[in-house]
Design a protein around this ligand. Structure first.
Ligand code: FES
Length: 108
């Protein structure tokens, strides 16, 4: 069975790129962004949801990906980020929920 393509836009330093992937291609969005865009210092805790070095702005998410779960809400609150669209990319899985979204990598 063919896996459905997932496409979303990634904005980094004022340039945007359409990323095409498929479900489960990386353990989570942090790894996809770090490996695809060569981001140094991105995702320092390895995806535990504690360091907040994997911050993104995510617009257009759907499904369960709109929910902040596990360590994400507490870590974002501790760092002073309250906007709904500010997310830890390590807490987002590569699922069709990302299809059509716009992901902006935030400068730390
Ligand atoms: S990698 Fe540390 S919070 Fe996401």
């Amino acid at each position: 069975m063919a896996t459905k393509k997932i496409q979303f836009t990634v904005v980094e330093n004022d340039s945007s790129e359409l990323v095409e992937t498929h479900q489960g291609s990386f353990p989570n969005l942090m790894y996809l962004l770090r490996d695809t865009f060569g981001l140094d210092g991105f995702g320092e805790c390895g995806g535990v949801g504690r360091c907040a070095t994997c911050l993104i702005n995510a617009e257009g998410l759907t499904g369960n990906s709109t929910l902040k779960e596990r360590n994400e809400p507490a870590t974002l609150l501790k760092m002073g980020y309250q906007e709904q669209s500010t997310r830890l990319s390590c807490q987002l899985y590569i699922t069709p929920d990302l299809d059509g979204a716009t992901i902006t990598i935030l400068d730390l």
